[in-house]
Write a protein that binds this ligand. Sequence first.
Ligand SMILES: [Fe+2]
Length: 160
Amino acid sequence: MSITSKRELFDRELQKLYHAEIEILDLHGDLADAAASDEVRTIFAGHEGDTVDQIDRIEEIFAVLDMEPREQGSPIMEGLIAEKDQFVVEVEDDDLRDLDVINIGMINERLEITLLDRLILLANELGFPESTTMNLEENRSEAQTALERMQEFLEYQHVS
Ligand SMILES: [Fe+2]
């Protein structure tokens, strides 16, 4: 399908984000399992509830815009999952594995933030209902908080 309008771009990006969040539910579970420390496990386990809420908010956006909730696959997401599968079998040392787990988590949150920034911009340009922008901003702020928690873990690791 060729895209000829900003509205079509928005729809495609929303479907990509929806797909990403659904994949992220599994990804977070795998990252929590692969984590060596309780601290890292807690970061991912804690963010799982947020991800469920984020999926609900995206479904609300689909409903408000009168769209069927549809997923669109994205090679970036598949790549991230492949990367996770690879390092889980490669890294044996616990501390190193925790750093890898956090790194994958950070790439993932940054990807969410990037997709959301674009969607927020498009939603504003297209004059969508305020609830749509608010739902997107709420998801962005949760991704930002998760990213900061992961960053704090890394900084702590480097000084200790
Ligand atoms: Fe997230």
